[in-house]
Ligand binder design. Structure first.
Ligand code: HEM
Length: 500
């Protein structure tokens, strides 16, 4: 005690009477506890670093230069978690497999889609997807997933094969085509047959395509901020949506009256019932769900088909894909069906790699309803506040050099057994189809469709990409190759490998 009392201040404490001493000890203990907890809490409450911008419009300018440009600039400076202010919104980016775990796994009560994808409501129409409560949306997503299960996919593949064979009969013996535009047309026909149904494909194709075109052109960058702005493109969109509702209402009534069932998504929706109420979907809901699936699947698939072709025709990976076709043909002949396409692993990896380099959906968004803590790659812990828009980017995260070797090079073998680079750093290393709670439901459909097209092309044509290799059109809402993608073709039959 003597030694202690010689320390400055402590002698005062020692000389006090016991009740005062106890009170002071108590107060000082509480004080120390408070300081420690404040220090600790402050570090846990630290907000993510911010992109430095000019006030008010600075973030908009950075964003308008292209979000990927911004991410490339800021990631080396700020790390894998940071916030940018765009107008009144704080957008916090989580970039990387570890950082984005919460993005993909959080329940809807913590991170939701509804607020950030609201701009789709006038296009999809009322009463569906982002215009309904989460419980109804979950039921509607169940209808999507049931309409895309393997038993349905098997019959969709028959339509895909028919459409591809039919489409390419119009090519001559040799010639030059814009691959991008050709594949867009083919995928519109196929999607129309598999999703919208026989009536649209056979009788109303042009009419319905024109209306979808108006819907498409009504989805502009400005529509994301102001979806109801009274501009001509939005007026045409709203008119087209109404006309589509009338067309589908007629088709649905005729199908119901005839009692005939078709193998398409329209039929799956006609037959679907809400578990909560036991009611069938209304005609308007069916129309909205069909529009939503076309928007989810059409551009994304046609863009991916084009990139796959551009990469395969440009580099050394065509050989193994052709060998695989020959090998499959030696066992099944010319036939293509679901099971045969499922055997094509080399082609699968070629498509997957094109999609790693060129995911058509470059930003995925959520709205944060609750503060949450995230750690960046450098080990710093940040609290992302409630009210932030939370974003991740397949276009950026799919090329992280600590996940993928030579991330900018096209190398389908990186997914082959023994390498599997998409598995080493965690579940969310490859996010072209999103993942977790809202992972793409159309992924198997998309692969089947793209495999069908390229199997048919490789079996029947010799193809050559005419330079230059396409650039990326970062300005598009669904990002694809810029301009035309010219290809020279010559008809020829690929011969099967001799059976050994
Ligand atoms: C290459 C083609 C495709 C790509 C790259 C793609 C990509 C994606 C991505 C990234 C998401 C997640 C969005 C998010 O997390 O915010 C998604 C969701 C979805 N996709 Fe796809 N998609 C493709 C094809 C399709 C097709 C063909 C369909 C249907 C026919 C489809 C239906 C859906 C649906 C219904 C969802 C919502 C899932 C949910 O929120 O639970 N997609 N897609």
């Amino acid at each position: 005690m003597d030694r202690l009392s010689s320390l400055p201040g402590l002698h005062l404490l020692v000389n006090l009477s016991p009740p005062y001493r106890l009170a002071i000890l108590l107060v000082s203990t509480l004080l120390v506890a408070k300081i420690v907890s404040a220090l600790f809490f402050r570090s846990a409450q630290k907000k993510p670093p911010r992109v430095r911008t000019w006030p008010l419009i600075g973030g908009v300018r950075k964003f308008m230069k292209g979000p990927i440009n911004m991410l490339r600039e800021e990631y080396p400076r700020l790390g894998s978690v940071f916030t940018v202010k765009v107008l009144h919104r704080n957008i916090t980016f989580l970039l990387g497999p570890e950082e984005s775990v919460h993005f993909f796994k959080a329940p809807e009560s913590e991170l939701s889609q509804q607020e950030v994808y609201q701009y789709n409501v006038p296009t999809f129409g009322p009463g569906v997807v982002f215009d309904v409560d989460y419980s109804v949306r979950m039921e509607q997503f169940r209808f999507f997933s049931e309409s895309l299960r393997v038993s349905s996919l098997k019959s969709y593949v028959q339509h895909m094969v028919y459409e591809a064979e039919n489409f390419f009969t119009k090519w001559g013996d040799e010639g030059i085509v814009d691959l991008k535009s050709e594949l867009e047309q083919l995928i519109t026909l196929t999607a129309s047959r598999c999703l919208l149904g026989k009536e649209v494909r056979d009788q109303l194709f042009q009419n319905v395509s024109d209306l979808f075109h108006d819907l498409d052109n009504g989805m502009l960058p400005i529509s994301v901020l102001l979806p109801y702005l009274p501009i001509p493109a939005h007026r045409r969109r709203d008119k087209a949506r109404k006309q589509l509702a009338e067309i589908f209402s007629n088709i649905i009534q005729n199908r119901r009256a005839s009692g005939k069932k078709e193998a398409d998504m329209l039929q799956a929706f006609i037959d679907s019932k809400y578990r909560s109420s036991g009611r069938y979907l209304s005609d308007n809901e069916i129309t909205g769900m069909l529009i939503a699936s076309l928007f989810a699947g059409q551009h994304t698939s046609s863009i991916t088909s084009t990139w796959t072709g551009a990469h395969l025709l440009h580099k050394q990976f065509l050989g193994p894909v052709l060998d695989e076709q020959r090998e499959v043909m030696s066992r099944h002949g010319d036939k293509l069906d679901y099971d045969i396409l499922a055997e094509m692993d080399v082609l699968y990896r070629a498509i997957k790699e094109a999609l790693r380099l060129h995911p058509p959906l470059i930003l995925l968004l959520r709205y944060s309803h609750k503060d949450f803590v995230v750690k960046n790659r450098e080990g710093n812990q940040y609290t992302v506040p409630k009210g932030h828009v939370v974003a991740t980017s397949p276009a950026f995260a799919n090329r992280l050099p600590y996940v993928y070797k030579d991330p900018d090079s096209y190398d389908p073998d990186r997914f082959a057994p023994g390498r599997e680079e998409d598995k080493a750093a965690g579940a969310f290393s490859y996010i072209s189809f999103g993942g977790g709670r809202h992972g793409c439901m159309g992924e198997p459909f998309a692969y089947m469709q793209i495999k069908t097209i390229w199997s048919h092309l490789f079996r029947n044509f010799e193809l050559e990409l005419i330079p230059p290799f396409p650039e990326i059109d970062w300005d598009a809402m669904v990002v694809g190759p810029k301009g035309k993608v010219m290809v020279r073709y010559k008809r020829r039959a690929l011969t099967a490998l001799p059976i050994s």
